[in-house]
Design a protein around this ligand. Structure first.
Ligand SMILES: Cc1ncc(COP(=O)(O)O)c(C=O)c1O
Length: 417
């Protein structure tokens, strides 16, 4: 049924027919290729990254895919960010500017260096760092910017790069949600000093849990390698003499094996997500009360998920809107996170290491309070999250768009023959 006619049906919430009567398509992400790789890894009779072949091969392949000289592997996206910051020698009391909506892992990595997360506001439509806000937050203590490509949408990297250059800051990209995202024909993760990735179980590709960093710089790569492995130098003939403090974030051969099989699928996963996401994005334009996401000029998202904003003055409360979508069979949730990152207790109560206020005590001037980043707080309160999956079908796309249109037109009072 054409979307315009479906919109005239009563809402499913009120007993009308569902816009999406069939469940979303799913599939198996771990199959014979992963088993084969795991079996080969086990057959080596070692699962240690420096002795086996899988981690080495994974690093080479991931770096080659991105056209970057060095890849270092570790245990998670959080670990990757910690390793990146450690490689940049971020020190206690340094300030690191990052996005006010992100996974807590981004901030944990900063705090684990004893450094201070300083939150910048976001662009209202790309949901990524607003370079003007970043510029305002730079202080003599700022050491780095962590640019989060949220939802898989690229940040405004030219402007952030210029700020980093002008103020002599490290620029680290958090690509946990952004495999193959592009900014002006460059891959996100290759533009700043270091790109960080996660293979946790929810990302484009999964090894259960794992992380990677990419860098063009040999010295950074070497320090990252040491930082991820207790500062043990595994190169042949190297003396064992840890000379700085470093955790053990080693990825083992089993994770690398699964990662290798997953890498083979990444092009297809991104292509299918893009095809679905681009058309979902296009289909949301022109609906009453909805503002689709925007991408920076020359930016191409890779759709870990999709966020749009809704105008509650036009559509009424978000919770009711999402409930009506659910009744139609359309998968949607009221927002991505329930608050801007700096409003978690960790920040507002300044609870750091071992129940003390360290490292926050080093930066009494840095505030974490409501109203700090008004645009981010507005996004949190009025955005709606739509899932994107490589398994979703043409029917899923068509029915989802019909359902959103139907609910939007009913709630806006514009559903008319
Ligand atoms: C933007 C972002 N950064 C960092 C992380 C942390 O990754 P991990 O869960 O692998 O530690 C995530 C994970 O959800 C994320 O989405």
């Amino acid at each position: 049924m054409p979307a315009s006619l479906a919109a005239l049906e009563p809402l499913a919430l009120h007993g009308g027919p569902k816009a999406k009567p069939t469940p979303y398509a799913t599939g198996k992400r771990f199959v014979a290729e992963e088993l084969q790789q795991l079996s080969e890894a086990l057959d080596q009779q070692t699962l240690f990254y420096a002795s086996g072949k899988k981690t080495k091969e994974f690093r080479e392949r991931f770096a080659a895919r991105y056209g970057v000289a060095h890849c270092v592997t570790c245990t998670s996206g959080t670990a990757a960010l910690h390793v990146a910051l450690g490689a940049c020698r971020i020190a206690p009391g340094d300030e690191v500017i990052t996005a006010s909506i992100t996974d807590i892992g981004t901030c944990a990595a900063i705090l684990l260096c004893g450094a201070i997360p300083v939150f910048a506001d976001l662009d209202p439509h790309t949901y990524t760092l607003d370079p003007r806000s970043v510029a305002e937050k730079i202080s003599p203590r700022t050491a780095a910017i962590v640019a989060v490509h949220l939802t898989g949408a690229p940040c405004e990297m030219d402007a952030l790069g210029a700020l980093a250059r002008d103020h002599d800051l490290w620029l680290i990209e958090d690509c946990a949600q952004a495999y193959h995202a592009e900014y002006r024909r460059r891959l996100c993760g290759t533009i700043g000093d270091i790109g960080c990735f996660s293979m946790n179980d929810f990302k484009h590709i999964s090894a259960g849990d794992a992380g990677m960093i990419l860098t063009h710089d040999r010295d950074l790569a070497h320090r990252a390698e040491l930082f991820a492995d207790k500062c043990y130098d595994r190169s042949p003939g190297a003396a064992r003499n840890p000379f700085f403090l470093a955790p053990n974030y080693r990825m083992c051969e089993l994770h690398a094996a699964v990662g290798l099989a997953q890498l083979e699928k990444l092009d297809g996963i991104v292509a299918r997500r893009r095809s679905y996401g681009d058309r979902l994005h296009a289909g949301l334009h022109g609906l009453p009360g909805l503002t689709p996401q925007r991408f920076v000029e020359g930016g191409r998202g890779s759709y870990w998920f999709y966020l749009f904003r809704m105008d509650e003055k036009v559509l009424g409360p978000r919770a009711a809107f999402v409930k009506a979508l659910a009744a139609e069979g359309v998968s949607a949730s009221d927002g991505y996170v329930d608050r801007a990152t700096y409003l978690y207790d960790l920040f507002t109560k300044r609870q750091g290491f071992g129940g003390t206020d360290f490292p926050f005590s080093l930066a009494p001037h840095v505030e974490y309070r409501e109203g700090l980043c008004p645009t981010a707080e507005a996004i949190v309160s009025d955005c709606v999250k739509l899932p994107v999956s490589e398994w979703f079908s043409e029917e899923d796309l068509a029915q989802t768009l019909v359902g959103i249109r139907k609910v939007a037109e009913h709630f806006a009072g514009t559903a008319r023959a």
